[in-house]
Design a protein. Sequence first.
Lengths: 166, 166
Amino acid sequence: MLQKRIDDQPSISPEMVREAQGILHQHLKKVGLKQTAQRDTILRTFLETREHLSTDELHRLVKKKDPKIGYTTVYRTLKLLAECGLASEVAFHDGIARYEHQYNRRSHHHMVCTDCGSSVEFFSNEVERLEQDIGRKYHYLTTRHTFQIYGVCEDCRKKNGVRRLV
Amino acid sequence: MLQKRIDDQPSISPEMVREAQGILHQHLKKVGLKQTAQRDTILRTFLETREHLSTDELHRLVKKKDPKIGYTTVYRTLKLLAECGLASEVAFHDGIARYEHQYNRRSHHHMVCTDCGSSVEFFSNEVERLEQDIGRKYHYLTTRHTFQIYGVCEDCRKKNGVRRLV
DNA sequence: GGTGATCTTGAAAATGAAATTCAAATTCAG
DNA sequence: CTGAATTTGAATTTCATTTTCAAGATCACC
């Protein structure tokens, strides 16, 4: 899946990787699980990405570093990372679970082109505030939200003329 | 799945059902498909609900009216209804596709309790405006958006004490 | 450093919702 | 009416996800 960058951020630094590993190791200890080389490799690979990765896509990247690591381990580690806040699920609408790392990144949302599948990220403080407001109003203790906009990007509109105006 | 009503709206009127059937029939004709008693029954049953229904849940309701209607037909009809705008998918986070009818209802969003699965609906003009704004900014022709808030409702917090603060 | 209870791993199997298949039944244009 | 085309629904297939299990790795305790 393509992604158009709106703002280029530097790729993650070694210190950040170390800090993220610290977070993971602390979480593992807390819930009585063990550190393993596989889990560290998967975390490092994950941090190096800036896409929205399916388990399968991450597994493919991980195998380049250690071909012996299996799909199941990637799948389980991704859940662990989500548990300790290092990863978060982004559900697009295609029946595949995707994850992205939130490490040192501003909270953001996605606008997805329903034609070509490319996406842009955008930021909105209003949405964050809205989560708080609505939660307070109906007495929910909110933990997170999802906000996606679907539409057709400029390129696809040019490519397809007016046919696709839905 | 439970749903706490925030505002009770009258259930759908006969005229609205007729109008909805008109929309479906027109759509069927347009794409070269045929009217059937099953499709009408499924539409009528669907319009009588105000929940977010999975295919399975709607199938169960439909069977009360006509036990011979199968799951597959409900599944396919729901896709048809979505095609002509009578139904829209609401993706919560549990891997099950749900639909709700938009017929004569204000655009709204959902806040879902991650503990008990109940949900409240809320309205926000800000979110609608945001779709427009962001679309304009990045030159997307937007068609729709999804916005869900996840959290723990008051009841579950009381029930579970502080254990579940996530 | 051992040691062993516990956890991890990963291939394979199971699961389950969604999607497809196919033969019999139904629709509808002419 | 007729028949070409579509629909139906049980059964099957698909495919991402989740679980299982036996062999291997980890680490708390000595």
